[in-house]
Design a protein around this ligand. Structure first.
Ligand SMILES: [Zn+2]
Length: 179
């Protein structure tokens, strides 16, 4: 059972910076089987929501570690289809390996999503608004290039683990989503 929760500040509790996209965020909380939304108090929902955020950020961190282990800048990310809670794309930096400075984790993951026919068809249909239901969890704030790409896609939410004082495009240097 899922219940939508709208509170743009809850990400802060888990130490994950929440960056609002171009719409109010729709949060999805997976409930224990058999639990009823009406019986959950707010603290229970926040704890469960934090666990979801931590789980996705943990997956992103694992990818960053993988990048580090092969000599890449240690950045990793996952894209989550919020209605289902499923990770639909994973990526880590591959700039050294590919000799291509644009192969950031976000682009790797976007390519993974678009390589799956079902998602590609939805993404190509402007009326499906596919990316609005997708959240990005990335270990460091997206750079200006990636933030611009995310805005053009119309991604619903971006969560990042640390700000990026040199290249950040979600507030640290520029705020691509609001400017
Ligand atoms: Zn980037």
């Amino acid at each position: 059972m899922v219940v939508p929760v709208t509170n743009g500040h809850r990400g802060k509790r888990s130490g994950i910076t929440f960056c609002k996209g171009q719409r109010a965020p729709a949060r999805i909380v997976s409930m224990e089987s058999g639990a009823k939304a009406e019986s959950m108090d707010t603290d229970d929902i926040i704890v469960q929501e934090d666990a979801v955020h931590y789980g996705h950020m943990r997956a992103a961190l694992d990818l960053a570690l993988e990048a580090h282990s092969v000599g890449e800048v240690p950045v990793g990310c996952v894209f989550v289809h919020e209605p289902s809670g499923e990770i639909i794309g994973r990526g880590r930096n591959r700039t050294n390996e590919s000799l291509n400075g644009t192969r950031h984790a976000e682009f790797e993951a976007i390519d993974m999503i678009l390589s799956q026919e079902g998602y590609r068809i939805q993404a190509e249909n402007p009326e499906a608004h596919f990316w609005k239901d997708v959240a990005l969890y990335v270990t460091i704030e997206p750079c200006v290039m990636c933030a611009s790409a995310l805005r053009q896609l119309g991604i619903g939410s971006v969560y990042f683990g640390a700000g990026n004082d040199r290249f950040g495009g979600n507030g640290s240097v520029f705020n691509i989503h609001t400017e």
